[in-house]
Write a protein that binds this ligand. Structure first.
Ligand SMILES: Cc1cc2nc3c(=O)[nH]c(=O)nc-3n(C[C@H](O)[C@H](O)[C@H](O)COP(=O)(O)OP(=O)(O)OC[C@H]3O[C@@H](n4cnc5c(N)ncnc54)[C@H](O)[C@@H]3O)c2cc1C
Ligand SMILES: NC(=O)c1ccc[n+]([C@@H]2O[C@H](COP(=O)([O-])OP(=O)(O)OC[C@H]3O[C@@H](n4cnc5c(N)ncnc54)[C@H](OP(=O)(O)O)[C@@H]3O)[C@@H](O)[C@H]2O)c1
Length: 267
């Protein structure tokens, strides 16, 4: 925390939902009272003041530690940017953000950024969204915004988390899939205690991409024609799933070469 300078906070935590001890959903409202226009899949940055150097010259401005957070809300929603955060115990920012209560102040870069959107994907494709942990956030935004619009033919969301209690949007995704045959959803958990009440899949998210499991969730096989896969979250998952999908005929989307495999690494 900065010591001598006034802190130019520019936003407020308007709401907080405690999912469990290490996963929280925060709604951040800029002082303007408005969220800026954004596309599902984009992120904003939150910031916390860097400590002043007591041995250095008096600071002339506050310096910030900044981190990116994908927006889970749909562009049309009021109430601020909805962000889903995991606590990184030794992290610089998340231990501070996790203490914030509704009504408390924070710094937010009020200009959503990022290219992990559907911008380069044509309408009416099968979108297969693979997330680990809080990497689900962009897909929640896409679901909320595009469901029922014809933007996708089918949206299959496959989500891997450590424990079932980490699945911050499980009820919303389960309900969407139950109500709409064009929305498919499967969750797998890797560290769920044996004997818990969880009846869904166990293991890593790759198990949901295996032939029988995928067909059971999506209602069709995983094939590159007319399908785009989007990966988000843990970079090791992205590396591993990319290899798996390239072997099945998917091709990375790059600026030079359009492809049907897209990703967003969280670190
Ligand atoms: C485009 C983008 C969008 C992001 N969106 C989200 C989001 O919606 N929700 C979210 O929780 N995080 C998100 N992140 C990660 C986020 O920006 C921070 O890195 C994270 O909150 C940790 O910050 P920290 O300062 O506490 O830890 P740091 O001090 O920055 O990180 C310490 C170490 O923790 C590990 N780490 C970083 N992030 C994570 C993570 N999420 N899970 C597990 N280990 C991690 C890395 O090894 C890192 O080196 C996103 C990152 C990017 C680049
Ligand atoms: N969830 C917890 O129990 C817990 C507790 C305290 C602190 N934290 C901290 O919270 C932060 C975020 O944790 P998180 O659980 O949200 O994210 P995470 O560590 O990325 O784990 C989310 C999911 O991704 C899986 N995964 C990891 N590598 C993978 C790969 N190569 N391919 C496919 N899946 C892979 C994990 O499986 P594996 O389980 O097999 O790794 C887990 O199912 C971490 O810094 C963590 O230390 C978490």
């Amino acid at each position: 925390m900065s010591g001598t300078l006034p802190i130019p906070w520019n936003a407020t935590v308007s709401r907080r939902r405690d999912v469990n001890e290490r996963v929280k959903v925060l709604w951040i409202t800029p002082d303007s009272g408005r969220v800026q226009p954004f596309d599902p899949g984009q992120f904003v940055q939150l910031g916390w003041p860097k400590p002043e150097d007591p041995a250095g010259p008096p600071p002339t401005r506050v310096r910030w530690n900044k981190r990116s957070y994908s927006i889970a809300s749909s562009p049309g929603e009021s109430g601020g940017y909805e962000l889903c955060l995991a606590l990184v115990d030794q992290g610089v920012l998340t231990p501070r953000l996790f203490d914030l209560q509704a009504g408390e102040r924070v710094w937010c870069d009020d200009a959503p950024k990022g290219h992990f959107t559907l911008e380069r994907i044509p309408d009416a494709r099968h979108l297969v969204c693979v997330a680990t942990g809080t990497g689900i956030a962009p897909f929640v935004s896409m679901l909320r915004r595009y469901r029922g619009t014809g933007r996708f033919r089918k949206l299959t969301i496959l989500w891997g988390a450590r424990e079932s209690s980490d699945l911050a949007y499980h009820e919303e995704l389960t309900a969407a899939a139950a109500a709409d045959p064009s929305v498919r959803y499967g969750a797998v958990v890797s560290r769920e205690p044996a004997g818990s009440a969880w009846t869904g899949g166990r293991g890593r998210v790759q198990s949901a991409l295996a032939d029988a499991a995928f067909r059971s969730t999506a209602g069709e096989p995983l094939a590159p024609d007319g399908t785009h896969v989007l990966l988000c979250g843990n970079p090791a998952m992205i590396d591993d799933v990319r290899v798996l999908l390239e072997a099945r005929g998917f091709a990375l989307d790059t600026v030079k070469e359009p492809g049907n495999l897209h990703f967003e690494r969280y670190w």
